[in-house]
Design a protein around this ligand. Structure first.
Ligand code: BGC
Ligand code: MG
Length: 596
C-alpha cells in the first residue's frame, strides 16, 4: 500500500480538525429551529458537525462537468438527513483556478463556473430553511496574480498598491542582472518562494504558487480590505469562515535564511520537488498573526451582535507543531481569536497507534484551557482515509474506528465529502492527466491532490450521478458502480448508516453532546477506550479496536455499576455481558451507556 504524503508533506513542511447542542432527552426527536433556545443557538458550534464540500466535485447542475452552487442546493436534503449543521465551501470566488479557487481574483463575487451571487443567495436561503449554515473559505495570505490589487502593485514601484504585497530587491542585483533571490525561502509548492518581476526589477514573495503573491500584512490597508470582505459575506448571511493558511501571514522582516532539515545521518532531506527541506522557522507561525485573527474576530462579533441571533463561527486552518501552539489560537479571554482552530495533531497521526491517539486526544481535552476542540481527519489536501489509515482489507471497519473517534469525542467534528460512503483516494496514474500543479512539479513522488478531489459518487448511473457531461473535470473513480450513496442508503450496515447513527447520538445523548472526555484502560496498546460524562446524565463508554485481531476489554467506571446499554456497535457484534467483557471484532467499535 502506498502511503501518500500530500498533506503529510504539506503539513510536515509547515510543521507540519444539529441541531444545536441537544438540550433534550436522549431519545427525543431532533429539535427544529424554532424550538431551539437562544442559548443553545449561540453555542451551536460547540457540538457542531461540519461537512467540507469541494464545490468542483460535489454536484454539477448545468452539465459542464464541474460542480456548482445550484448542484449543492439540490443536495441539501441529503446533508440534512446526514445531520450536518454547517457546510464549509472551499473557495467559490472568481479565480483563474491555478490552485482551484485558492488564487482569488475578486473576493466579492462568485466564479461564473460555480454560478452567480443570486445562486449563492438562494443556497443560503435554502440552507437556512434546513437549519444548515454555509461557511466561506477566507484566503488572506495571498491573492491571485490576476487580482486588481496585484496588477496595480506590479505596474510600478510607485503605484499606491505597491506595498500591498511583499517586494524585495535581489541579492547582487545590477542594471543588467537580476541577481539572486533575497534569501533561501521556498514555496510550499516547490522551489524558490521569490519570483522576479522584470518590469519593476524586484522579487515578490509567494508561499504557495507563483500565481499566488503573498499580501503584506504590515500594511493597514490590507487589514481594512479584509474586514470589509468579512462584513460583505456576513451581510449575505454566511455562518462563518474557515481561514486558509493563517499561519503563513507574516515573514521575518530581516529576511533571515531558514534552516535545512537534516536526517539522522546529518544529510539534508530532499523533498518531492528535489529541494532541501527547510524548517519554515522564518515564514510560518510568526506572532503577528494573532492580532490579525483578533481583529477578524472582533469584526465578526460586532457584526453578529447587531444582526444575527446565532453566533457565526471562525475556524482556523492551523497546522502547528504542538498543543501549546494550538491553545494560543483560541486567543486571550479579552481578545479572542478562533472559536475552532483545527486540531491537525490528532487527524494526521496517520497510523492506528493507540498510545499516540490517547496522548493527542488527552492533550486537546486538557491543554486548551477549556475551549472547544475541533477534530478533523480528512480534507482536500490529504490523501483520503483509505490511504492513510486503511489496510485494503478492513477499510470500512477502520473508517468506523476513525469516525467514532471523530464524533464520539468532545467538540466540533469536521469531515470531508465522500468520507461517509468510504470514497477511496484515486490519484492520477499518468503525469499528463494531473490537474493540480504540484503533481506536475513533484511527479512521480508527489502526484498532487487530484486523488482526493474526485467527483462525489451519488449513484450507479453515468458519472456516478455527479454530472451529465461527456467528461468530468476529474475522472469518476471506477468503483462508483458499487460504492455510491444510493447503494449505501439501501444497506442498513453501510458506513453511511453508521455515520448517521453516530451523528444522531452526538446530538441526542447528553454525555456525547457535551460531556468531558476521560481516557479509560490507559495501559492497553490495542484498544482505545474513553468515557464521556456530564453531571446528572448517564455516562457513555466508547471502545475502538485498533487491530485486525479480536480483543476483549474490561472497563471500570468509578462510581458506576458494571452494566451498559448498547447505543451503537459494529454490525454483527454481540452485546457485552458486562463492562468487564466487551468483545470487539477486528477494528470493532462499541458505544454503550453506563447503567447506574
Ligand atoms: C488550502 C490548500 C491551498 C493552500 C493555498 C491551503 O492550506 O487548503 O488547498 O492550496 O492553502 O491557498
Ligand atoms: Mg457546472
Amino acid at each position: 500500500m502506498i502511503l501518500k504524503k500530500t498533506i503529510a508533506g504539506f503539513a510536515s513542511a509547515l510543521f507540519l480538525a444539529a441541531v444545536t447542542l441537544a438540550a433534550g432527552g436522549q431519545s427525543a426527536p431532533m429539535k427544529t429551529a424554532s424550538q431551539t433556545s437562544a442559548a443553545s443557538e449561540q453555542n451551536w458550534w460547540k457540538n457542531a458537525v461540519i461537512y467540507e464540500i469541494y464545490p468542483r466535485s460535489f454536484q454539477d447542475s448545468n452539465g459542464d462537468g464541474v460542480g456548482d452552487l445550484n448542484g449543492i442546493t439540490r443536495r441539501l436534503d441529503y446533508l440534512k438527513e446526514l445531520g450536518v449543521d454547517a457546510v464549509w465551501l472551499t473557495p467559490i470566488y472568481p479565480s483563474p483556478q491555478v490552485d482551484f479557487g485558492y488564487d482569488i481574483s475578486d473576493y466579492k463575487n462568485i466564479d461564473p463556473q460555480y454560478g452567480t451571487l443570486a445562486d449563492f443567495d438562494r443556497l443560503i436561503a435554502e440552507a437556512n430553511k434546513r437549519h444548515i449554515r454555509i461557511l466561506m473559505d477566507m484566503v488572506m495570505n495571498h491573492t491571485s496574480d490576476q487580482h486588481k490589487w496585484f496588477l496595480q502593485s506590479r505596474s510600478s514601484r510607485t503605484n499606491p498598491y505597491r506595498d500591498w504585497y511583499v517586494w524585495h530587491d535581489g541579492k547582487g542585483e545590477t542594471n543588467t542582472s537580476k541577481g539572486e533571490p533575497p534569501n533561501n525561502w521556498q514555496s510550499l509548492f516547490g522551489h524558490s518562494a521569490w519570483q522576479w518581476d522584470a518590469k519593476t526589477r524586484q522579487y515578490y514573495y509567494h508561499k504557495f504558487y507563483i500565481q499566488q503573491p503573498d499580501l503584506n500584512w504590515n500594511n493597514p490597508k490590507v487589514h481594512a480590505a479584509f474586514e470589509d470582505i468579512v462584513r460583505f459575506w456576513l451581510a449575505r448571511g454566511v455562518g462563518g469562515f474557515r481561514f486558509d493558511a493563517i499561519t503563513t501571514l507574516y515573514e521575518d522582516p530581516n529576511l533571515t535564511d531558514e534552516g535545512i532539515v537534516k536526517d539522522s545521518s546529518g544529510n539534508p532531506i530532499i523533498n518531492a520537488y528535489g529541494d532541501p527541506q527547510l524548517d519554515n522557522s522564518k515564514t510560518d507561525n510568526l506572532p503577528g498573526l494573532h492580532p490579525v485573527v483578533q481583529e477578524m474576530r472582533a469584526t465578526a462579533d460586532a457584526f453578529n451582535s447587531n444582526r444575527f441571533p446565532g453566533t457565526r463561527v471562525l475556524i482556523g486552518e492551523t497546522y502547528l507543531p504542538n498543543i501549546a501552539e494550538l491553545a494560543k489560537m483560541y486567543g486571550p479571554p479579552k481578545t479572542p481569536e478562533f472559536e475552532l482552530p483545527m486540531d491537525t495533531q490528532v487527524g494526521l497521526i496517520n497510523k492506528l497507534d493507540v498510545a499516540a491517539f490517547r496522548a493527542k486526544l488527552t492533550d486537546v481535552e486538557t491543554r486548551i484551557g477549556g475551549h472547544t476542540p475541533m477534530l478533523v481527519f480528512d480534507n482536500h489536501d490529504n490523501a483520503r482515509l483509505d490511504m492513510r489509515y486503511g489496510d485494503g482489507v478492513h477499510d470500512t471497519d477502520i473508517q468506523r474506528v476513525i469516525s467514532t473517534i471523530l464524533f464520539a469525542s468532545r467538540g466540533a467534528a469536521l469531515f470531508y465529502y465522500g468520507d461517509e460512503i468510504g470514497m477511496k483516494t484515486t490519484p492520477p496514474t499518468r503525469k499528463e492527466d494531473v490537474k493540480d500543479p504540484i503533481g506536475i512539479t513533484g511527479w512521480p513522488r508527489e502526484k498532487g491532490r487530484d486523488g482526493e478531489r474526485t467527483p462525489m459518487q451519488w449513484d450507479a448511473s453515468a458519472n456516478a450521478g455527479f454530472s451529465s457531461a461527456a467528461s468530468t473535470w476529474l475522472p469518476v473513480p471506477p468503483n462508483y458502480t458499487t460504492l455510491n450513496v444510493q447503494a449505501a442508503e439501501a444497506d442498513p450496515n453501510s458506513l453511511l448508516a453508521w455515520y448517521k447513527s453516530l451523528i444522531r447520538l452526538k446530538k441526542t445523548t447528553p454525555a456525547l453532546a457535551r460531556g468531558d472526555n476521560e481516557m479509560l484502560d490507559t495501559a492497553n496498546t490495542k484498544v482505545l477506550s474513553w468515557l464521556r460524562k456530564t453531571p446528572g446524565e448517564p455516562a457513555v463508554v466508547v471502545s475502538v479496536n485498533f487491530t485486525a485481531e479480536p480483543q476483549t476489554v474490561s472497563l471500570t467506571v468509578p462510581g458506576s455499576g458494571s452494566q451498559a446499554k448498547t447505543l451503537l456497535k459494529t454490525p454483527g457484534a454481540p452485546d457485552p455481558s458486562s463492562l468487564q467483557a466487551i468483545e470487539l471484532g477486528p477494528y470493532g467499535v462499541y458505544v454503550g451507556e453506563v447503567q447506574p
